[in-house]
Ligand binder design. Structure first.
Ligand SMILES: Nc1ncnc2c1ncn2[C@@H]1O[C@H](COP(=O)(O)OP(=O)(O)OP(=O)(O)O)[C@@H](O)[C@H]1O
Length: 858
């Protein structure tokens, strides 16, 4: 009794799952043993068993039993006899297979119902196949009865009796095919799908190949066109030279210097051409070409974006309608844009903390949001009386000129209010613009700007400055979700648009920025806004600034962040560049840094700095081979005019070169000037800076110089600005960052321990000295060396671009030849961006030098 209870307890104490596991294992064991007995079936075993008496069967002496061949002994022999001999031959192996499957499902505590269909299908297949094999056995004696079993043979015989051999084989074949199809069904569909995908893949690759071929053709066509243009220029020059030969000799240098800018401009305008014919520079040219293509696409995209901004349906701000008035017969609706959603006070700090943790190279804390001043009074107070008064004046003026307006929308921005006039259908919109001065006088508004029509719309826009303007505090711009959550590499939030939206761009996409504005218009604050945005979003590992400030005071506040964020020339004590010579050297060193970065990109087999850094950070590029993490470099120049006045071309050239080529390697320029005249913002500079920011300027001419159109002369100062990136124009109120705020931020960063070693720009010496990397003249001498020497002596000008043009070779090769000419004493040392002196006077002297060289070689 006690025992029973105990045993009952033993089983009762087992969990349900353990019971299932035990049952599962037992079933699998049964299946396994059955399988073993079937596999080791021996037709002779049954005769052995039958010859045994019952006594010998159970006798302790196992001698006769050992004569049974089946691995499972007598039991195995019985089982195999039943399944293999009597039932379905070796096809019976399906039975233990299913028993094991059921055992496994039970062991794993899985639902066994999905096995039902498979079991039914398995049994049917077993019967069918044993019958087919049986049919073969009886008709052709092809297979032994062990494969079909007695049951298979019996079924085949039965079938054949009623349907004759032909009928039976047809029936069996049909059953066979349908059974096979039932099995293949799902797989077949998948196979078809896979085939379809494969064909689609081939089609896509073909289309891609076609597209690439088209692009190649297009590039070739452009190249050809450029060559033709160049040839034309050449012919023109030839003609000019011929003319020169006819004019007195002393006028030549002047003419030459007049031609020089053209040539150099040309050089910068044709980057793809520079490396033509040089294998080693192909990939750099590729990178440049690709980045330029991306620039073009981006500008196009931005054009569309800006247009869509301008075409934005009024419904966007409709919900913020604050008033509607209908005193006279013209409706006016007043709107105030809601602006962007503010982020949680600590969100940016938290995000920055996480970012800093991810970069262990230096212990760094991002400046916190509480360093920035909160606005004293949030929101935009709308002066309805002022708006009604302005409406009255505008309507009054226009009606006097018989211009009928149907309705007016007033959109109140931080600095100006935009009055959108909907003229009657018969009114010629351009007519309104001609009354701009009248309107200005009537509203007594300084800086009234008319857009007739508003781009992309059939309305006329009149921007009238608000009586009381709102300061856009930098905190209200930085602490928005738009800024905090932005994934821009170098995010810049300039300020707010007329609709109170934060205006944001990515400097990496612009890719350089030209800023102009009269003194006191807000440029320096604008630059501070740019730096502040970057400091709040970028880690010092990813960003360095090069600051050039000839005015000496504007950027001096940033000296404190030198150990973290500033890049300088090696051995330079002053972190902020203030004199022209150092500025020139710094810019040239930056072009060298650019070239070095291109080489690194080429070696890393990537096309841009992001991909390169990703590869480097993943450990795919070896530091020992010179690879390094490349931070973005933002070059800030606050007062280009001062530099241009003293160093002219020597400043212009590296700026233009950087502006044209440096984008892909992460060097971006922000250049500001208070003198937007054509000798400061030259054609070359302008051509390479599509993104421009104009603060208030003195005249329409200045506005045209910077924006290619008027408008900046109508701005009202203190951060009121127009921004264009090649597309439309957006009026923005620049966010205000005070000197105190900048000090707080720079103190916060400067008080932290920075990098042990500052980020140094490359040394320039290599290029100018005779030793170093420059090849020995007697070694690996270029086959065009002699021709190059003749060209240089003939033109008395040691310039790389001259060789490029005359010998139709790439920039790198021409540079190498000039170095060889220097080593051979034919040209003088490197002189920055001016051509080298030619030390050989005429061809006769050159012959002598070349002969000496030949002798020396021998
Ligand atoms: N975004 C702004 N919001 C409010 N006030 C501003 C803003 N920007 C500039 N100001 C005001 O205008 C003054 C002049 O600005 P800022 O020094 O930036 O001009 P600037 O163009 O750099 O002049 P300069 O070329 O003479 O250095 C500032 O002291 C400030 O009071």
């Amino acid at each position: 009794m006690t025992q029973q209870t105990n045993s009952g307890n033993i089983f009762g104490g087992l969990s349900e799952s353990r019971k299932m596991e035990i049952i599962g294992i037992l079933i699998m064991a049964v299946g396994g043993l059955l399988g073993l007995s079937i596999i080791t079936y021996d037709p002779g075993d049954f005769a052995v068993i039958q010859s045994l008496s019952n006594d010998s069967l159970f006798a302790l002496d196992q001698g006769p039993v050992l004569r049974v061949q089946n691995a499972l002994g007598i039991i195995g022999a019985y089982l195999a006899q039943f399944f293999v001999h009597l039932l379905f031959g070796y096809m019976s192996i399906i039975v233990p297979f299913f028993i094991i499957s059921y055992g496994w499902f039970i062991f794993r505590d899985r639902d066994t119902s999905p096995l039902l269909w498979t079991t039914a299908y398995g049994i049917w297949s077993m019967v069918l196949f044993s019958t087919i094999l049986g049919w073969m056995n009886i008709n052709y004696d092809l297979v032994s009865s062990v494969w079909s079993g007695s049951s298979g043979i019996a079924t085949a015989q039965g079938l054949q009796k009623f349907t004759a051999p032909v009928g039976s084989i047809i029936i069996l074949t049909v059953f066979f095919i349908t059974t096979l199809l039932a099995f293949l069904d799902r797989d077949l569909q998948q196979t078809v799908e896979r085939c379809k995908e494969w064909i689609a893949g081939i089609k896509a690759s073909f289309a891609e190949w076609k597209e690439k071929r088209r692009q190649r053709k297009e590039a070739k066509r452009k190249e050809k066109k450029q060559q033709e243009q160049q040839q034309k220029v050449e012919q023109q020059r030839k003609a000019e030279r011929q003319a020169q030969q006819r004019t007195p000799k002393e006028t030549q240098p002047q003419q030459q210097s007049r031609q020089e800018p053209e040539r150099k401009e040309q050089q910068y305008q044709e980057p793809e051409e520079q490396d033509e014919g040089e294998d080693d520079s192909q990939s750099i040219a590729d990178i440049v070409a690709k980045s330029q293509k991306q620039d073009r696409e981006r500008i196009q995209q931005e054009k569309e974006d800006v247009q869509s901004l301008e075409n934005r349906p009024r419904a966007d701000i409709e919900k913020n309608k604050v008033a509607e008035a209908e005193e006279d017969d013209v409706d006016i609706s007043v709107y105030v844009g809601e602006g962007d959603e503010q982020a949680d006070e600590k969100e940016l700090d938290k995000q920055n903390k996480d970012k800093a943790k991810e970069i262990p190279r230096v212990k760094y804390k991002f400046p916190t949001i509480d360093l920035l001043d909160s606005p004293p009074n949030e929101g935009n107070d709308v002066d309805l009386d002022e708006i009604k008064e302005n409406k009255r004046i505008i309507l009054d003026k226009l009606q006097r000129h018989n211009i009928e307006i149907r309705s007016i929308n007033a959109i109140v921005g931080p600095t100006v209010t935009l009055y959108e006039l909907d003229p009657a259908p018969d009114v010629k919109i351009s007519k309104i613009e001609s009354y701009a001065n009248d309107l200005k006088m009537a509203t007594a508004a300084k800086g009234l700007r008319i857009m007739a029509p508003i781009p992309g719309r059939s309305a006329v826009g009149i921007e009238v400055p608000n009586g009381a303007r709102e300061t856009v505090f930098i905190k209200t711009v930085i602490n928005t979700k738009k800024f905090v959550e932005s994934d821009h590499e170098l995010p810049l939030a300039f300020g707010k648009t007329i609709e109170n939206d934060v205006f944001m761009v990515d400097l990496t996409k612009m890719p350089h920025l030209l800023i102009a504005g009269a003194t006191g218009s807000g440029k320096t604050v604008g630059i501070n806004t740019i730096i502040t945005c970057l400091l709040y979003k970028c880690h010092p590992d990813d960003l360095k600034f090069v600051m050039i400030d000839p005015k000496k005071i504007e950027l001096s506040l940033y000296q404190k962040i030198e150990d973290h964020f500033l890049a300088t020339l090696p051995g330079e004590d002053e972190p902020i560049v203030t004199d022209t010579t150092t500025a020139q050297e710094t810019l040239e060193s930056l072009t060298k840094e650019m070239d070095e970065r291109y080489d690194l990109l080429k070696e890393g087999m990537v096309r841009n700095i992001q991909a390169y850094n990703e590869k480097f950070d993943n450990g795919e590029l070896d530091e020992e081979e010179g690879h390094r993490h490349l931070p973005y470099i933002v070059v800030l120049i606050d007062e280009l005019a001062d530099l241009m006045m003293t160093a002219g071309k020597q400043i212009e050239e590296p700026i233009a070169r950087l502006a044209q080529l440096a984008r892909a390697v992460g060097i971006h320029l922000v250049v500001a000037t208070q003198r937007p005249s054509v000798n400061v913002i030259t054609g070359t500079i302008k051509a390479n800076f599509p993104a421009r920011m104009a603060y208030q300027v003195a005249s329409k001419v200045d506005s045209r110089t910077i924006l290619d159109t008027g408008g900046a002369d109508q701005l009202i100062g203190r951060g009121d600005m127009l921004f264009t990136n090649g597309g439309g124009m957006t009026r923005i109120q620049n966010a205000f960052v005070s000197t105190e705020e900048v000090e707080e931020i720079t103190d916060f960063i400067g008080n932290q321990k920075g990098y042990n070693k500052k980020y140094e720009l490359p040394v320039l010496q290599d290029e100018s000295s005779s030793g170093g990397d420059i090849p020995d003249p007697l070694e690996d001498i270029d086959e065009l060396f002699e021709s190059a020497a003749k060209v240089i002596v003939l033109h008395q000008q040691g310039s790389v671009s001259l060789l490029q043009r005359k010998l139709k070779i790439g920039y790198n090769r021409a540079g190498r030849i000039v170095d060889q000419l220097f080593n051979a004493g034919i040209v003088g040392p490197y002189q920055g961006s001016t051509a080298r002196d030619v030390l050989v006077e005429d061809e006769e002297e050159l012959e002598q030098v070349l002969d000496d060289l030949d002798e020396f070689e021998r």
